[in-house]
Design a protein. Structure first.
Length: 313
């Protein structure tokens, strides 16, 4: 599931070694995730202290891990979809929800540079799935692939469905999205990224400080650009025209979607350096857009910004 595609998580980004060590410690012996290898529900919260039980549970049934935060607009779009699809699979998968703000060790272990981020655990091993708000159909397809992979690993257990699980996909306290955010969410669910872009742009026009709309806009723009690209064709075109900005943009987008962040930044910085000064502006704009997707605090963004500054001055 690590092939380049819209929303692919950063390859090699998950390092659970410290969390496995914590799983073996007495501190991980109790908490929200239930006891032993039993899940209290198909959808449950997990913390730094209880993650060890989730690792053990993944030896029986595949565990989907949803990394989210209260301030994250795309998270509020994606989480109900994840809950709905997991619930409909009737115990063949479970969903562990991680609030990255409240659980920094888990956020660090998964190297969650942007959220929503969705990873699976199968027999204690991480399986990258996707980042960003993706449509329900894509979630269903990815979960189907996950179940096939789990079966190959002998992880075929089923968690008994509790009485409260049927309502897990519709949390009663979930606030309604603003109209334009809801329009964008509906468009994303339908796979209509262009319409989602329009909705988020309208939301920003109404409120330029709407950071949820800004984050969503960047993600759906990337999804819209890469959804019909063929990786090999894009690489061939870029190799044949090293100074063609659009050709280089396509590969950089695919690299970023596939988790090759440094490769994406390096390609565009090399292009920026090679172009005449009067042709550089679009490359700088695309770099800034991709920086925003990864996050200004990310070390790779810091390095790339430093190089960009040196090329500018």
């Amino acid at each position: 599931m690590s092939d380049p595609r819209p929303g692919a998580v950063l390859r090699g980004a998950v390092d659970l070694s410290s969390l496995r060590q914590r799983a073996a410690s007495p501190a991980a012996a109790g908490g929200d995730a239930g006891g032993g290898d039993a899940a209290p529900s198909l959808v449950f919260d997990v913390t730094d202290a209880t993650f060890g039980q989730v690792l053990e549970l993944s030896r029986t049934v595949p565990v989907v891990v949803d990394l989210w935060a209260e301030w994250c607009g795309p998270c509020k779009q994606l989480s109900p979809i994840l809950e709905k699809v997991v619930t409909e699979l009737s115990g063949r998968l479970v969903l562990a929800k991680v609030d990255v703000d409240a659980n920094p060790q888990l956020a660090q272990g998964f190297r969650a540079q942007s959220i929503p981020m969705v990873v699976a655990l199968v027999a204690g091993q991480p399986v990258p799935l996707f980042t960003g708000a993706v449509p329900e159909q894509q979630v269903r397809e990815v979960f189907g692939q996950l179940l096939q992979l789990a079966a190959q690993q002998g992880v075929t257990g089923v968690v008994p469905v509790g009485e409260g699980d049927a309502e897990a996909s519709t949390p009663p306290d979930e606030p309604a999205l603003p109209p334009l955010h809801q329009e964008a969410f509906d468009a994303i669910e339908a796979g209509d990224y262009a319409r989602a872009v329009t909705a988020y742009e309208a939301a920003l026009a109404e409120n330029p400080r709407d950071e949820q709309a800004r984050a969503g806009l960047g993600q759906v723009k990337l999804l819209d650009r890469v959804q019909h690209l063929d990786l090999q064709q894009a690489r061939d075109a870029a190799a044949a025209a090293p100074l063609d900005a659009e050709a280089q943009f396509a590969v950089a987008d695919l690299d970023l979607a596939g988790g090759h962040v440094d490769d994406a930044f390096g390609r565009l910085l090399d292009l920026f350096a090679a172009l005449p000064a009067d042709e550089r502006a679009p490359v700088r704009e695309r770099l800034l857009e991709l920086f925003g997707l990864v996050g200004d605090a990310d070390a790779r963004v810091v390095r790339a910004r430093g190089r960009l500054a040196s090329l500018l001055f």
